[in-house]
Write a protein that binds this ligand. Structure first.
Ligand code: PMP
Length: 352
């Protein structure tokens, strides 16, 4: 007998990092920024009366602000509900070929989920033994390319020449650089969008802008790419961005000094924390993100993960080939990372 269940789109969903419902924890498992918004943004009074109206479907307040900030035209900016929404729309819009989309085997684990849900063929290209992206792998026939720079969860950065080489070699597909973590020490591919009409750069407010709860992401590229993205967006949901997000999001972009200062603090803490981890016998991949990807020389990752959890400190562990003995640790405040080192010291040492 046929069942209604036969016609269901069955997917294996992405599993987001845990959001524990308790307060007194050190939460270093989802790459949030510990600093939150500035006092200036905190003091904004939202006009709740205004919420009876639909938001501006064009999100002009935020789009214009981002365009001005990045010295682009508003037609070159697309906004969405976090970069997850933006990238999902990109998969739907740009990866519409029978040829496979390419991304690394170790990367943001949402990419294969979007490909599966939209039934887009894909091939994962293995990182080399040092967790580097192998450029030549991306010079074969494909239906699109996406990778984060710096990559996640490795934290490893590639340079602009590397990206330009890949974009240049692929004039017949769209290349998406997911710059979720670029502000923590990388060089943006943004200048290349004037030169290559098939390049799209995606950013988020969730990491360097410390606003994961607001859900804002955006893409930048030539006006034609952005037009196609908007056509698909308006065919799914015209009102993706709510009014408070537009107001707060645009105020956050005005807060340049605060932004620079908090990013600077995180970079400083990352460097100090890395040195301490190495002292305790950890191998730490060189990170240009707000997290480090680490493995201990003798203590298994799962054991460290559990011990830290018992101490109310949350790291991220991926039960996936090649990286199951690694842990991803978000960079918190100096005080948080000092506490992490104190707890780690009780059972990890370089000589154990
Ligand atoms: N890209 C990468 C590489 C990420 O790590 C994340 C965070 N999980 C995202 C995109 C999505 O971030 P958001 O939806 O919060 O903008």
């Amino acid at each position: 007998m046929n069942s209604w269940k036969d016609n269901i789109r069955k997917v294996v969903p992405y599993v987001p990092g845990e959001q524990p419902k308790v307060d007194d924890i050190i939460k270093l498992n989802t790459n949030e920024n510990p600093y939150g918004p500035s006092d200036k943004v905190r003091s904004i009074r939202l006009d709740l009366d205004n919420l009876r109206k639909y938001p501006d479907p064009k999100s002009s307040l935020l789009v214009d602000k981002l365009a001005e900030y990045h010295k682009l035209k508003p037609e070159q900016v697309f906004v969405g509900v976090g970069s997850d929404d933006v990238i999902s729309m990109c998969f739907l819009t740009f990866f519409n070929s029978d040829k496979p989309v390419f991304f690394p085997d170790i990367t943001y684990s949402f990419y294969d989920v979007w490909a599966d849900v939209y039934r887009i063929p894909y091939e994962k290209k293995p990182l080399d033994e040092n967790f580097n992206i192998v450029k030549e792998d991306y010079k074969k026939e494909n239906g699109g390319i996406i990778f984060p720079n710096p990559n996640a969860p490795t934290g490893k950065l590639v340079g602009l020449d590397f990206i330009e080489d890949i974009v240049k070699a692929n004039p017949s597909s769209v290349v998406i650089i997911d710059e979720a973590y670029i502000d923590f020490g990388g060089e943006t591919a943004l200048p290349l969008i004037d030169k290559y009409e098939n390049l799209l750069v995606v950013r988020t407010f969730s990491k360097s802008r410390s606003m994961a709860g607001l859900r804002i992401g955006y893409a930048m590229g030539n006006a034609e790419l952005i037009k196609y993205l908007n056509d698909v967006k308006y065919s799914v949901n015209s009102y993706t961005m709510n009014t408070p997000s537009l107001v707060l999001g645009s105020a956050i972009i005005d807060d340049e000094d605060y932004f620079r200062e908090s990013v600077g603090k995180i970079i400083n803490t990352r460097e100090k924390f890395t040195a301490e981890l190495e002292r305790l016998g950890f191998t730490v991949l060189p990170s240009k993100a707000n997290f480090v990807f680490v493995s201990h020389k003798t203590v298994p990752a799962t054991e460290i993960f559990e011990k830290m959890r018992e101490n109310k400190i949350f790291f991220r562990h991926f039960n996936a080939p090649r990286i199951d003995n690694f842990l991803r640790i978000t960079i918190g405040t100096d005080e948080e990372m000092e506490r992490v080192i104190k707890v780690l010291e009780t059972f990890c040492s370089a000589t154990k």
